[in-house]
Design a protein around this ligand. Structure first.
Ligand code: HEC
Length: 218
């Protein structure tokens, strides 16, 4: 009787050890932290998708990332094809095709906050060319936007300069997107009208001498 109890106990202990060892064995096989290890229903864990920018032998160049199909552009992307050359800059002053159709009717106030973040430290909050960096003499030669300092700029040429920079001014293309650039330029055109002492009537104030515009209004 005693013997058989002892035998049953030893069987239980042996089985427990065996199960524990098996469990440890199964779980400890998983040294790779990027996989879930032993899984019951694999498809729930192992996705057939590729990791972003991973290597793969699916494509010839061995890269997971694909280039867009030739001749296509991403939704919402606006290509700017005027080259960053003196000729391109000159062209931007006469070719208005890049200017959004609603430019003149845009609400200038929408660009104010962005302007104050990206442009005001050089061009000044009023657009008079006296930003903080100019007042502290950290940078020189920043123009105010008035039509005496900059008689022949246009919204398209301002866009060109925002895209590529000019002189000491760097390109802002990577910091502000298409919509933001035009919101800012519309605000610049309002400042330009204020600085020039003429009413802000949108795009058309650009190059007029103050007298001429006032005369036209009457
Ligand atoms: C680091 C200072 C700095 C910042 C920031 C800056 N600018 Fe300028 N900007 C300049 C300087 C300097 C010039 C004169 C460039 C030249 O003619 O050599 C200039 C010129 C311009 C001109 C006239 C270009 C022309 O055709 O003569 C426009 C328009 C302009 N900036 C708009 C902007 C706008 C819009 C922003 C903000 C998105 C901005 N700038 C941010 C320094 C700056």
């Amino acid at each position: 009787m005693r013997n058989s109890i002892a035998m049953k106990m030893s069987t239980v202990i042996r089985n427990t050890i065996a199960v524990t060892a098996l469990a440890i064995g199964v779980t400890s096989c998983n040294n790779d932290k990027s996989t879930p290890g032993y899984t019951y229903m694999d498809d729930m864990y192992v996705s057939p998708s590729l990791e972003a920018y991973d290597q793969t032998d699916l494509f010839e160049n061995g890269m997971e990332a694909r280039l867009p199909a030739e001749g296509t552009i991403p939704r919402g992307y606006h290509p700017y094809e005027v080259p960053n050359t003196a000729e391109g800059y000159a062209r931007s002053k006469s070719d208005n095709s890049v200017v959004p159709a609603n430019f003149a009717s845009m609400d200038p106030a929408e660009g104010e906050e962005l302007y104050n973040i990206f442009c005001a430290h050089c061009h000044g909050t009023k657009g008079d060319g006296n930003g903080v960096l100019v007042e502290n003499e950290k940078i020189l030669g920043v123009p105010g936007y008035d039509n005496t300092r900059l008689p022949d700029i246009t919204p398209a040429s301002a866009y060109h300069v925002v895209m590529y920079g000019k002189g000491v001014m760097g390109s802002h293309a990577s910091q502000i997107n298409y919509e933001e650039r035009w919101k800012i330029i519309r605000y610049v055109w309002m400042l330009r009208a204020e600085q020039s002492g003429i009413p802000d009537i949108g795009e058309s104030v650009a190059n007029e001498a103050p007298e001429a515009v006032v005369a036209d209004e009457e």
